[in-house]
Design a protein around this ligand. Structure first.
Ligand code: URA
Length: 208
């Protein structure tokens, strides 16, 4: 499976706090932000570097800089917005592409109701963000859209993944790496991840 479960103690501790039943909106939002930052740190670990010589305080100094990699962060509406600031803290110059998907009640497939992609997608790394990878339908649809627009390098950052969703994404898009704080047990009959976090969108926006 192309899933990187980030076992860093800070990630696991923050995830444990997120799982509490009586967590406040404020705390859930804050922890989501912090987790997004730590997961983005892992997801950007293999960005290519290049040697550069700069003027240092004592003369020329050879340093390593990120090799002109352009990025787009892709929050999936609505819950993905909760992870956006955390990721942008690490990659402040990244451009933002937004995708909104709703289930077509006849086909049961996710269909876009909103999409606004930045340009030059063929030249960018896309970091898709969505707190919960449940069935995987939305993530697969988002990757489909990005690839149709020419994007060649795509990673997904989620807080919690279900094996069902990881399998669907791996089968449809084996080139896409997934970063998560946890690979949980399974989906229940309502499509919620068990043990999961409940409805992450409701908890981030305070609509539960
Ligand atoms: N979306 C959520 O917010 N939670 C789940 O458990 C599954 C999908």
């Amino acid at each position: 499976m192309h899933i990187h479960v980030v076992n860093h103690p800070l990630v696991q501790h923050k995830l444990s706090l997120l799982r509490a039943a009586e967590i406040s909106t404020n705390k859930f939002r804050m922890l989501t932000d912090e987790l997004a930052r730590l997961l983005a740190y892992e997801a950007t670990r293999d960005l290519p570097l290049e040697p550069v010589t700069i003027d240092g305080w004592c003369g020329p100094v050879d340093v390593q800089q990120i090799k002109g990699k352009k990025m787009t962060v892709v929050p999936i509406l609505r819950a993905g917005i909760g992870m956006l600031n955390g990721v942008l803290d690490l990659v402040p110059s990244a451009k933002i592409s937004v995708v909104g998907l709703a289930r077509n009640e006849e086909t049961l497939q996710p269909e876009p109701y909103f999409e606004k992609f930045v340009g030059d997608l063929d030249d960018r790394l896309a970091l898709i963000i969505d707190p919960m990878l449940a069935t995987g339908g939305s993530l697969v649809a988002t990757i489909d859209m990005l690839k149709r627009k020419g994007c060649k390098e795509i990673k997904a950052i989620v807080m919690v993944a279900a094996p069902e969703g990881v399998k669907l994404v791996n089968e449809a898009h084996p080139d896409v790496q997934i970063y998560a704080a946890s690979l949980d047990s399974h989906l229940n009959e309502h499509g919620y991840i068990i043990p999961g976090l409940g409805d992450a969108g409701d908890k981030i926006f305070g609509t539960r």
